[in-house]
Design a protein around this ligand. Structure first.
Ligand code: ATP
Ligand code: MG
Length: 325
């Protein structure tokens, strides 16, 4: 079984990225052939600072490693170092209906968020993502819920290609965790926690204890006093309960019971302590990898070579099908 997934080096990795994606990656590497990518070409589809990009890329690699991605088992590399991703994206663009791209939720949300400075790269983002996935004949794509629509589009594109040019691509499936697939923003629990929403929306995977406490204590909650899981009526408290459950391993019902007759402040205090302890090993490992940047760069270089070998051989077959060779 082949697994592919990526995270954009668009800022600081947060607990949403971990629960929705990274945690599954670490599990899947035990039983599948995994390829994990730092998708820098995706990160440049919204306004960004070129001077900070290299730093963000290395930081993403350190984050993957600190979260448990094992470079001896999985291929870890930078997307832009394997040119076949861009090449295949162009080829797939020629068969992707524009209407499909315009109706993608992420495109609609981000074009509102960054209005006035949107390039066509943002609309074509899912085509590049389809290329990332299909280039490696992927079976499974572990992602958060927000990316399901893009994986569905990758399937549509693969089927379209296969019927037009003959069977070439495997049809991939999204692999979405039952819980943790959509962690909401702390400062706006109706929106998804996101790097691009700014640091008040998230708890970074390596957040320092004082900041964790500050952010959790000031997380937006709902009117009323009762601690119950009702995502529609009480999105703030429900999100905190969900995070609590995922890091403690306790069921939401058990936590509701434990906090019966207690106030929001008490839940928040307890959640802050839980997160401070749960994220401690990540903080420590990250500090170790920061001291070994040369080693991290070498992992990325070796990973890039391995990925390129697979990509080169596959793109030849694809171009042959299309009559380009
Ligand atoms: P950006 O705001 O730049 O889009 P992001 O926080 O959405 O950043 P991505 O790099 O786009 O992060 O996504 C990386 C992975 O993390 C994807 O698999 C995505 O589905 C998952 N993910 C992102 N946000 C969440 C979240 N709030 N809850 C669960 N999974 C998430
Ligand atoms: Mg995103």
């Amino acid at each position: 079984m082949k697994v592919f997934s990526g995270i954009q080096p668009s800022g600081t990795m947060h607990i949403g990225n971990y629960l929705g994606a990274l945690k599954q990656w670490v599990e899947l590497q035990k039983k599948a052939e995994c390829i994990f990518c730092i998708v820098d070409l995706h990160a440049i589809t919204v306004p960004y600072q070129p001077k900070k990009l290299q730093e963000n890329i290395l930081d993403a690699a350190i984050c993957y490693l600190a979260a448990g991605v094992n470079p001896e088992k999985s291929i870890l590399f930078i997307q832009s170092e394997v040119k076949e991703h861009s090449e295949l994206a162009w080829l797939l663009n020629t068969i992707t209906p524009i209407g499909e791209l315009q109706r993608m939720t992420q495109y609609k949300d981000k074009s509102k968020q960054f209005k006035g400075s949107i390039g066509s790269g943002l609309m074509n983002y899912p085509v590049l993502m389809a290329a990332d996935i299909l280039l490696y004949q992927t079976d499974m794509v572990p992602v958060g819920k927000d990316q399901k629509q893009h994986v569905e589009l990758a399937k549509t594109i693969a089927k379209k290609f296969n019927s037009r040019f003959g069977k070439t691509f495997k049809i991939p499936e999204a692999y979405i965790p039952k819980s943790g697939a959509k962690i909401m923003a702390l400062n706006n629990p109706k929106k998804k926690m996101s790097k691009s929403l700014g640091s008040a929306s998230y708890i970074a995977l390596f957040e320092e204890p004082v900041i964790i406490r500050k952010k959790i204590m000031s997380a937006v909650t709902d009117t009323g006093r009762k601690i119950t899981y009702e995502p529609k009526k009480k999105p703030g408290i429900s999100n905190l309960l969900n995070i609590y459950s995922l890091f403690s391993g306790k069921s939401i019902q058990k936590i509701e019971k434990d906090f019966n007759n207690k106030g929001y402040q008490e839940l928040k205090k307890s959640l802050a302590n839980l997160l401070i302890n749960s994220l401690k090993p990540f903080r420590q490992k990250r500090k170790e990898f920061i001291k070994r940047k040369v080693y991290v760069r070498e992992i990325l270089k070796q990973g890039g070579k391995k990925a390129q070998n697979i990509a080169q051989s596959n793109i030849q077959k694809i171009k042959k099908r299309m009559g380009l060779i």
